[in-house]
Design a protein around this ligand. Structure first.
Ligand code: HEC
Length: 143
């Protein structure tokens, strides 16, 4: 093998190992990579002013009164319905992680855009990895 071939092989090796490690980090950080930090910060701010009083700082809620958002099977499985509940308000009986809730959540009063932002925040905070909603999905949500 001449010198050029060796250099060529080294370059190929370096390139492929770089690509490989990029893929790994991309996979690990799917959430933060998909939602820009600025959007998460906006969501956190909306959450603090509009939701935290009831659902608490860490999304834990208060058992039997305010359902949790962190690790909530309801939010995960019924995201579309959860959007409706927050958009229009809700006081129907629901079960979250096996616990019954039937208290009142008033309509949020947020715009559809703000609702999408705060939903993407709660869907991807406190260990939740529940995907994302689009503005179109929020707009389409009807009672
Ligand atoms: C006044 C207290 C209160 C506030 C403020 C409030 N919620 Fe709720 N939330 C509730 C209650 C009570 C329920 C259960 C309602 C029912 O039984 O129909 C609920 C249910 C939910 C659910 C579905 C159940 C679950 O735990 O997954 C989601 C999602 C949710 N709220 C998100 C939000 C978001 C986002 C905000 C802020 C924009 C918000 N809530 C503000 C009290 C509140």
């Amino acid at each position: 093998m001449n010198k050029l071939n060796v250099i060529f092989l080294i370059i190929v090796f370096l390139l492929t190992s770089c690509v490989g490690s990029d893929k790994k980090t991309a996979k690990k950080e799917v959430v933060s990579a998909e939602i820009p930090a600025s959007e998460m910060e906006k969501g956190a701010q909306l959450y603090r002013t509009k939701c935290m009083n009831c659902h608490m700082k860490t999304g834990s809620g208060i058992e039997k009164f305010y359902p949790p958002l962190a690790n909530s099977d309801y939010l995960k499985k019924h995201t579309e319905d959860a959007i409706k509940m927050v958009k229009f308000g809700s006081n129907k009986p629901i079960k979250v992680n096996g616990v019954k809730y039937n208290s009142l959540m008033p309509a949020s009063g947020l715009t559809d855009k703000e609702l999408a932002v705060v939903f993407n925040y709660i869907l991807n905070s406190w260990g939740n990895n529940y995907g994302q909603v689009t503005l179109e999905q929020v707009k389409a949500a009807e009672r």
